[in-house]
Design a protein around this ligand. Structure first.
Ligand code: GLU
Length: 231
């Protein structure tokens, strides 16, 4: 289990995500990736096998990826070899849902078979891609909110997860959910952070909320000088 960092605010997200991920490097990892978006623009995804430095070089230290909302990940492979293809973020084929995940989806084969029967295909060997496409499936099936879709997926998923998820229809919003895998939200001066561990966001805030087990959270940019964390 490795690292997750997310950011929504008025600064460029990618440099903050890279910096946050670098603070989680001590946990070990085999690949890394980012997804960043602007209000009305598609989510861009950049991934690299190997050191974070390679991802930083590929994105000119994050400068090449424009957007004020994004998620980043360092992966410790459990399902599928370390490769660019298997590294996170993972997405539905139309990029309706893009997410990063720490943990292990125990019943991913069963869920994958179900999704294949519904017409989904898979580009990676990961359990994570299955979780992402399961959320996409419920989002489209019930035409509900992201929270409904995540909730429906959580009911079916067995295993451990910390998930940070972006939906195409909801710019400037990052949804988070966790079970038996740590995740925190931090807020400071209108900016909102998410991370799998405190060191990733310590430079930016000490105003931290520990997401509860089986809890779903929504990260949005806050009013300047907001005083409370939002869950
Ligand atoms: N099980 C997922 C994978 O193999 C996530 C691993 C992690 O926590 O980094 O891609």
């Amino acid at each position: 289990m490795c690292g997750i960092v997310g950011y929504v605010g008025n600064q460029q997200a990618a440099p903050i995500l890279l910096e946050g991920l670098s603070k989680l490097e001590y946990r070990g990892y085999d690949s890394a990736g980012l997804s960043v978006r602007d209000t009305d623009v598609d989510m861009k995804i950049v991934k690299a096998k190997g050191r974070l430095k390679i991802l930083a070089e590929k994105t000119n230290d994050g400068q090449a990826l424009e957007g004020t909302c994004g998620i980043g990940h360092t992966r410790w492979a459990t399902h599928g070899e370390p490769s660019k293809q298997n590294s996170h973020p993972h997405c539905s084929d139309d990029k309706n849902v893009v997410a990063v995940h720490n943990g292990i989806i125990e019943n991913y084969q069963e869920l994958k078979a179900k999704l294949q029967r519904k017409g989904y295909s898979f580009y990676s060997q990961t359990d994570t891609e299955v979780a992402v496409k399961l959320i996409d499936y419920y989002y489209k099936k019930y035409l509900g909110t992201p929270i409904d879709a995540i909730n429906n997926a959580m009911v079916r998923i067995r295993g451990s997860y910390a998930l940070a998820i972006m939906f195409k229809d909801y710019p400037e919003e990052i949804y988070v959910a966790r079970k038996d895998s740590p995740m925190i939200i931090g807020v400071e001066n209108g900016e909102s952070f998410v991370a799998s561990d405190v060191p990733a966001i310590l430079k930016y805030t000490r105003n931290v909320y520990y997401i509860g087990n089986m809890e779903i959270g929504l990260q949005i940019p806050l009013q300047l000088n907001a005083h409370s964390a939002n869950g």
